[in-house]
Design a protein around this ligand. Structure first.
Ligand code: C2E
Ligand code: MG
Ligand code: MG
Ligand code: MG
Length: 281
């Protein structure tokens, strides 16, 4: 009896392994064809000024439209792309596509839009990253100061001295830098000062913690905001989902807000409609 149950469990295990392996294989195949077939697209999640709810920009977030599996989130294909190295080409596409959208929104009369683009470890390891990004942005006739590059705290701290130099090169060209998912990595505060990033993005984990009982996340969030302000950085809260989180963050003088409460990641045309609404009001 036990033996039979064991065998059944094993068979189930094997079948689900196959399903997972199959899915990975399907995603890998789709990614090989993705540029030719136009499977990638961007969503733009609005970012708002802390106190006035004024729209100040967006974060570009990539999606993969799989012919059979449907719309895939980055967690399903970015790790694969990171391993294969395809992330480098994807990252260039993301910046080019973002620039095209920025130019389109400029024709609508919105010239001060800044859009954040995420960078992954493999991209940062490319010695010609900064030059490549400058070339792409210039070719698209967009100003470098309209692009913010986001680097996670963990990745930034991995080789902090190299990050300092890379950030300097980006900033010389006019790009802005944000330290993403802050609070989850292990920061050296000395390096945080030397990065001289424009923005610090508080990880969603702490934002959601604001709703919990007790004061732990509240203390951490207000400490992060104070730290960032003392280093002349703007603070962006990620993952704002409730009115009470928003209110607390406003009281703590958080500079910018991003989250489902205020706006989900939108298609380029839906984001354009939001911009038009903002212009009209
Ligand atoms: P991230 O840069 O920290 O982006 C924020 C993620 O949180 C996004 O997930 C966004 O949709 C989600 N989010 C925003 N507001 C809320 C909220 O209120 N509640 C909750 N639960 N989630 C919220 P997404 O789009 O799945 O992206 C996940 C990660 O994938 C990103 O984290 C980023 O690290 C990476 N990624 C996305 N696009 C790109 C890209 O173009 N290039 C690279 N290298 N990485 C990317
Ligand atoms: Mg980000
Ligand atoms: Mg983040
Ligand atoms: Mg995050």
């Amino acid at each position: 009896e036990a033996k039979r149950a064991g065998r059944a469990t094993w068979r189930f295990f094997e079948a689900s392994m196959n399903a997972a392996a199959m899915r990975t294989l399907q995603i890998q195949n789709a990614m090989r064809a993705a540029f030719d077939e136009g499977y990638f697209s961007l969503r733009f999640q609005p970012k708002f000024r802390g106190t006035t709810n004024e729209l100040v920009g967006a974060e570009a977030l990539i999606r993969l439209h799989h012919p059979e599996l449907g719309l895939l989130m980055p967690s399903e294909f970015i790790p694969t792309a990171e391993r294969s190295g395809q992330i480098v080409q994807i990252g260039q596409w993301v910046v080019r596509e973002t620039c095209r959208q920025i130019r389109h929104w400029q024709t609508m009369g919105l010239s001060s839009m800044k859009v954040a683009v995420n960078l992954s470890p493999r991209q940062i390891a490319q010695p010609d990253l900064v030059d490549t990004m400058i070339d792409i942005v210039r070719a698209e006739h967009v100003r470098c100061d309209q692009i913010i590059f986001e680097i996670t705290e963990a990745v930034a701290m991995h080789d902090a001295q190299k990050t300092v130099e890379m950030i300097q090169a980006f900033q010389r060209a006019g790009f802005e830098i944000a330290i993403d998912d802050f609070g989850t990595g292990y920061s050296s505060l000395a390096y945080l000062e030397r990065f001289r990033a424009k923005q610090l993005k508080i990880d969603r984990f702490f934002t959601s913690g604001l709703d919990a009982q007790g004061n732990e996340s509240r203390a951490i969030v207000s400490a992060i905001i104070a730290l960032a302000h003392s280093l002349n950085m703007e603070v962006v809260a990620e993952g704002v989902e409730t009115q009470s989180q928003l209110t607390e963050l406003q009281i703590m003088e958080c500079d910018q807000m991003q989250g489902y409460l205020l706006g989900k990641p939108l298609t380029a045309s839906a984001f354009g409609a939001l911009l038009e609404e903002q212009l009209a009001s």
